[in-house]
Design a protein around this ligand. Structure first.
Ligand SMILES: Nc1ncnc2c1ncn2[C@@H]1O[C@H](COP(=O)(O)OP(=O)(O)OP(=O)(O)O)[C@@H](O)[C@H]1O
Length: 388
């Protein structure tokens, strides 16, 4: 997927609407380039002098695509008053571009804080709790206004300078629709199984429950700097392992995490959206968790600690995985033909096939979800993708 930076002119040094002076690029994604800017109407010591300006090109977009950008602005504006959602101060357009004037967030995005490891281990625990709760609060505000974000990931979440608070950004895929049939849209790493489509028979899915799933993955990212799997589909051996073992999966993959947080993760990353933990319960659980991490000496043996997270680009679709050679190394270099999912390697779960696949007999009426899915997967392997 190409980034917007390659298709937009350089606006550095330009003044927009007579008073937003753009100084440097601070970020770029698939749709927009974000500049740091000064609002020259404000006093030099005023914090509101600093702004971020997101510029989105209109070139090559159909009227329907332009409407999607207008929808992003409209939905973001509805929720922007909340303390954990980035404020949108103004939005306007000319013949060629849209301009969104946002609060400038000097901390940058949550992704950098995660990769710097500020939330890992006992030292980062309270920072992690505070940041994650602020994320849940922002999300709850959106859902109360009947808006689902649909592209929650660390790159779309900005952070305060000390990392203790976060602000939701990038409402490019947000929707007011509760049930939606757009499968494969979002970022594969953070998509719930039902968003991929194959595992729910391409039925409409609940957009807000899918947001909750993404929060679970983000919590794993924050506490470990890793992703549990690349995509929540049976083609991903790590995800298949997870379905087979549930709470134990996190204990085994991330031995540094406490039993309590692993139990919470298993309820947030619940396969069936209707049984997934609610945001209210998630908030309560995170507040009352004694600790996210094991005390020293409590950790079970670590089998592999080589995993990292790398930036993920919003996909409209994603390709099948080949996990047969162990963890794939993937990059996000903007090449449209490459799989852009980040490197994901849960500890000790590099098997190419889901566990028990060959041996297990399944009763289709009483079998567990995991058993049914594994059986389906086996049939699919035997008879081809069109089997079900
Ligand atoms: N208000 C802000 N303050 C500081 N940095 C920001 C701000 N808004 C965005 N950024 C930076 O710019 C990056 C890209 O912004 P954004 O996600 O809105 O662009 P996008 O093109 O919509 O991205 P995507 O490919 O995820 O859809 C963010 O990851 C962040 O690092």
């Amino acid at each position: 997927m190409s980034t917007a930076a390659s298709s937009l002119p350089d606006f550095t040094g330009c003044t927009i609407e007579e008073h937003y002076k753009l100084s440097e690029v601070i970020g770029s994604g698939s749709f927009g380039v974000v500049y740091k800017a000064l609002d020259t109407r404000e006093a030099s010591d005023s914090p509101s002098r600093h702004r971020a300006v997101k510029i989105i090109s209109k070139a090559g977009r159909t009227p329907a695509q332009l409407d999607i950008i207008r929808r992003e602005v409209a939905l973001h504006s509805i929720v922007a008053a909340h303390a954990n959602i980035i404020t949108i101060h103004d939005a306007f357009d000319d013949d060629e571009h849209f301009y969104l004037i946002l609060d400038y967030c000097p901390g940058g995005d949550l992704f950098s804080y995660i990769t710097e490891g500020v939330y890992w281990g006992k030292d980062g625990e309270e920072l992690a709790r505070s940041a994650f709760l602020s994320l849940v609060d922002g999300m709850q505000h959106c859902h109360e206004h009947k808006i689902a974000h649909r592209d929650l990931k660390p790159e779309n979440i900005l952070a305060s300078k000390d990392g203790s608070k976060v602000f939701l950004a990038d409402f490019g895929l947000a929707t007011r629709e509760r049930m939606i049939k757009e499968h494969g849209s979002g970022t594969a790493l953070y998509m719930a199984p039902e968003c991929h489509g194959r595992l729910n028979g391409f039925q409409p899915y609940d957009t807000r429950a899918a947001d909750v799933w993404a929060l679970g993955i983000i919590l794993v990212n924050m506490l470990t700097g890793r992703n549990p799997w690349e995509q929540a589909s049976m083609r991903d051996a790590h995800f298949a392992d997870f379905l087979g073992e549930k709470a134990d999966f996190f204990r085994e993959s991330f031995p540094q995490l406490s039993k309590g947080v692993c139990e919470v993760l298993a309820e947030v990353l619940e396969f069936r959206p209707e049984r997934r933990m609610s945001l209210r319960k998630l908030r309560e659980a995170v507040v009352s968790l004694e600790s996210f991490f094991c005390n020293e000496g409590e950790e079970e043996s670590v089998t592999d600690t080589t995993t990292t997270i790398t930036t993920a680009t919003t996909d409209e679709s994603f390709e099948s995985l080949d996990t047969s050679d162990g963890p794939p190394t993937l990059s996000s270099d903007g090449d449209e033909d490459e799989d852009e999912s980040p490197l994901v390697t849960p500890a000790g779960t590099n098997s190419a096939k889901p566990k028990n696949m060959e041996t297990e007999k399944v009763d289709w009426k009483t079998g567990s979800t995991a058993q049914l899915l594994m059986a389906r997967h086996r049939l699919e392997e035997q008879f081809g993708n069109g089997f079900y």
